[in-house]
Design a protein around this ligand. Structure first.
Ligand code: ADP
Length: 263
């Protein structure tokens, strides 16, 4: 299933969760980024176009400063993101450049997706970057995103991006293999749901536990994101980001995740 969808997808958005991007100690996981670059390069060589939506600015900020990890004040959080975003993009730039790929940064807010002129500008920038084989890396613009105007979570930012760009597929790389019938971190007998055709039916039959410590949205926002992209006609795959070559393995049919199929 994953194999088929990935093979047939020309435009792919890949969303990287905070826990996938960082190591246990909270610093940026270079091994993961290296492996991501190898996979993105391989996808590009197959003629596919890739856009990345990356979390991790706040954690990278804590990793850089070595303090403020417990500050809940919004201005400190925004300050951490401002510091961490530079660190994050510096890591992307260095790692991808060593594979011959240039990266470009786009920082977006909810309002950007609600305004026709702005969405047109975003689309034009994306198309220009991609035409020139530059990899767009998108994150929420935390400096201006206070609670009321926030997209709130990068699963949703990635879903909006998928629709705005007209992508075929959104791949969410998470700290979990996919969606289970109950939280696998709390229930040993939890079962992975491989294919989801009817999201409303699936929601009735699963229980959603708490999210991981670094994650922001949890499974609920992945399901919301799936509703948005499948309604539009794209598919969504949730898979474990830290597995080596996960996207290429899915493409080979050697790994499984959870697939939400479009109608
Ligand atoms: P990320 O930011 O890496 O995408 P999140 O923390 O947002 O990760 O969401 C994944 C987490 O959601 C899992 O690590 C798991 O602890 C939790 N979770 C709760 N309920 C479920 C469920 N039914 N299936 C899978 N994961 C679940």
């Amino acid at each position: 299933m994953e194999q088929n969808i990935l093979q047939n997808s020309k435009k792919i958005v890949i969303k990287i969760g905070s826990s996938t991007l960082t190591s246990e100690d909270g610093t940026i996981d270079r091994t993961f980024l290296e492996n991501l670059a190898v996979q993105v390069k391989a996808l590009m060589e197959m003629g596919k176009r890739v856009v990345i939506v990356s979390s991790g600015a706040r954690i990278a900020g804590v990793g850089t400063l070595g303090k403020w990890s417990r500050k809940e004040d919004i201005h400190y959080k925004q300050a951490l993101c401002a510091i961490g975003q530079v660190e994050l993009m510096d890591s992307y730039r260095k790692v991808f450049h060593s594979h011959g790929i240039h990266v470009g940064q786009l920082l977006l807010t909810r309002g950007d997706f609600e305004d026709n002129a702005r969405t047109m500008n975003i689309r034009n920038t994306l198309f220009t970057l991609l035409d020139e084989s530059v990899l767009p890396v998108i994150n929420e613009n935390d400096t201006v995103s206070v609670e009321e105007i926030k997209i709130g979570d990068n699963d949703m930012l990635a879903a909006h991006t998928t629709v705005l760009w007209g992508a075929d597929l959104l791949v969410i790389l998470s700290d979990i293999e996919g969606i289970y019938n109950k939280n696998p971190n709390e229930n040993r007998d939890a079962k992975l749901i491989h294919v989801i055709d009817d999201i409303e039916e699936m929601e009735k039959s699963i229980s959603i536990g708490s999210k991981s410590s670094f994650g922001t949205g949890g499974i609920a926002t992945k399901i919301l994101a799936a509703k948005e992209v499948t309604q539009y006609g794209a598919s969504l795959i949730v898979a474990k980001g830290k597995k080596e070559n996960i996207i290429l393995e899915l493409l080979k049919g050697a790994e499984k995740g959870t697939v939400f199929i479009s109608h």
